[in-house]
Ligand binder design. Sequence first.
Ligand SMILES: Cc1cc2nc3c(=O)[nH]c(=O)nc-3n(C[C@H](O)[C@H](O)[C@H](O)COP(=O)(O)O)c2cc1C
Length: 374
Amino acid sequence: MKLKILGYLYQNLFRKILFLFDPEFIHDTITYLGKLIGSTKPGQQITENIFFYKSNKLGQDISGIHFANPIGLSAGFDKDANLVNIIPFVGFGFITVGTVTYQPYEGNPKPRLYRLKKSQALVVNYGLKNIGANKIVEKLKNYKKPEKFILGISVGKTNCPETSETKRGAEDYLNCLKVLNDNKIGDFYEINISCPNTFGGEPFTTPDKLELLLSRLTTLNISKPIFLKMPINLAWEEFKNLLDVTITYRINGVTIGNLNKNRKDPNIKDEIPEYIKGNISGKPTYKLSNDLIRETYRYSGDKLKIIGVGGVFSPEDAYEKIKLGASLVGLITGMIYQGPQLIGQINDGLEKELNKNNLANLAQAIGSELHFKA
Ligand SMILES: Cc1cc2nc3c(=O)[nH]c(=O)nc-3n(C[C@H](O)[C@H](O)[C@H](O)COP(=O)(O)O)c2cc1C
């Protein structure tokens, strides 16, 4: 009831005010406030009292890590690890910080964030803006992680012309991962092979290039779980070819997926001005991501864990991704449109779904839509 009231207030009052201002300015302001509130114990406690929903049914072990609940803040909202002391208290089970790259990048020219209100979406063109791996290490090396919270780090390729050549690009990923891993930063890594807004485009989304990247990465002998962040505009045949490489190199799982590059997608209901560059998050990613989650689960079964991301705006949206085969669910845009209470509402809603379907735990729900049909 409390979360419902908060949602009503956010959607009918706060959002109206926030959406009057430039989206990047609002993002930066929220980040500043979140960091401030998270820097004090009372701030954390109050946040927890307001937002946190605790359930014992939603925990699960994935690739050797215990996740207290399956809902995570997807890569891109907290690029520079400013929010790691507040996000756990909002109710998330995990965060994916970044995308972090070996060298820093100040970001593409503004505007690089644009709202598509009718489509419940954003156009994103940061181009992997971040402070770089060494500064992230400085920030996180003394991080006291709250109990049961999981920290993932998204790793990308420095956005500069030099790394757009394939081999140098692969080495750049390697350098970044090595800095993070040597300094014991993060519980898992997510390799972002699908950032579309960079020099040279997405260089590792063909099987031969992905093979080159993964063969180099395995030389680091990283013991932490590794996920790959996948593009969502590939046809299934092409996507499957990437999965084959992923399985060969014993990657733990895939995050499905990144932004929608198709501006002609029928789910985009707003006019996008010519000068707005970038790719689309939110509702226009929902179906594309779900279709690929279903096919991936059907194809790879237990060989790959799936983090389902794209257009999650409600408990039903999250549960749908789980039923199609996702073990974990990530989001950003849903929280921006619905409010931060959405996380508690999703966890509450997931628990209710499990009870309604007589399921003892979340694991029993994963892929249940396909089991049922089989
Ligand atoms: C503002 C913003 C920045 C993003 N930056 C990144 C990024 O740096 N790395 C990445 O892998 N994905 C990035 N993404 C993509 C999201 O992680 C996610 O895959 C996508 O937005 C779909 O989820 P959503 O509909 O819940 O937002 C970004 C998305 C948004 C909205």
